[in-house]
Design a protein around this ligand. Sequence first.
Ligand code: NOJ
Length: 553
Amino acid sequence: MINDLWYKNAVVYCLSVETFMDSNGDGVGDFQGLQRRLDYLAGLGINTIWLMPFQMSPGRDDGYDVSDYYNIDPRYGTLGDFVEFTHGAKQRGIRVLIDLVVNHTSDQHPWFKQACADRTSPYRDWYVWSDKKPANADEGMVFPGVQKTTWTRDPISGSYYFHRFYNFQPDLNTANPHVQAEILKIMGFWIQLGVSGFRMDAVPFVIAEKGAEISAPKPQFDMLRSFREFLQWRKGDSIILAEANVVPKENLRYFGEDGDRMHMMFNFHVNQSLFFALASADTRPLAHALDQTRDHPQTAQWGIFLRNHDELDLGRLTEKQRQAVFAAFGPEKSMQLYDRGIRRRLAPMLGGDVRRLKLAYSLMYSLPGTPVLRYGDEIGMGDDLTLEERNCARTPMQWSDEPQGGFTKGKAPVLPVISEGPYSFEHVNVAAQRRDTDSMLNWTERMIRMRKEAPEIGWGSFDVLDCGDPGVLCMRYDWRNNAVVILHNFHDAPIEITFDAGIGEDGYVLIDIADGSDSRADEQGKHRMVLEPYGYRWYRAGGLDYLLKRSDI
Ligand code: NOJ
């Protein structure tokens, strides 16, 4: 079945309802507040919203501990408000993806409570148990340093339950057909309420075999196919975007050789080498990562991101590369997390250097895949390192210089608004940036427009071109006889480069998509140009047709 492949060329904006906009002054963001900001988002040009978890939850892992999959946390509004929101988004041509957190539930979920209370309950087998503490109970923690074990004793039934994440997040026994049927039911429910798909949390763990006796868990890839099939039957254009930080040789197993598993995956591999490139001005590992993640089914797509709501995980870099990124962007212990990553937002990581920020975002919009922007990135929001773990980068959206950054009329927002230093709401906010043509906000709007006008990136094939300097990434995309050439200079200095666009006469004239200026190849067909420090250029190949049409030559 051929579906509408809208996600191949979308621009995704990720936000948490809780910290986006509070409409009733209780200090907690809500759906009515978000609804009022839909025109802002439409104006920015994004066409997909990814909502972080908003279902009922004790909120011990920012909603990634769900206690009822079929209701929303009353602090955010009602199911009615949710449907008003999806409808409002649809009216503006914006699709909605939501988090699907089914590797585990909250320990407060009635299923888990019944499983603990009664060994004969049908819910007992919805979780993963062991009578004795398994020998490997202190292995495989996802949050090392904070999480002590992966097996915890339930005092009621006296046995140990498995939890890949925190101990209040018992793993579901996803091999149980009843659990699988429930996962489909959850998807069906939200699809019916207007969403276009899911960002599926912790996919490698969802499909892993689980149990005390399993030492080398095998992934159950068939599960992914059944999720996809169900979605396609219910609503043909709905998708799953998988959170799966896996090595490149695993990618096709997640996408499915025939494109019958996950529609999208976040490209963690490219993400890490991208930060190495920013830290070291060496783009070779990035070019290699792009090559390693090149292959995917035609209908699949990568999600390209810079920072997300978690730590920047550098676990897949070499020790030397990781240390280079730490030294450049997170030298202090308070900036690091879980022995493998950096917990800061991008703007402070890059020292607030607007040239570098623009370089990084231009790269995000131009790498092969669908860009995923995080709320607040469009104004260059900062972080608050006094907050615990990942909360430092989850502070409320800064709308204006009014009290609490215009996020709430109440006094005590759910997390403090950044109110000191260069990133405080008085300096960094939407209202001020709207009025300033040169602001990050207006730049982002222009950048998103430019991205949408270059469908070659989402649909086409790419080549990394040799321009003689590893500090410059030079890429060409081809699609339907059109090509774009995009350059990024990672050096803090101007640099002269020479390159052949690699498409013969078609590439002799390159027209700058942003300002219409052009670069013409010399007699050997080579372009020579100087890029500013941290400069970037987006060109469309004009070819001879373009030359013939121009009257000034
Ligand atoms: C991945 C999510 O991104 C993270 O925020 C969460 O803590 C874990 N999965 C557990 O759900």
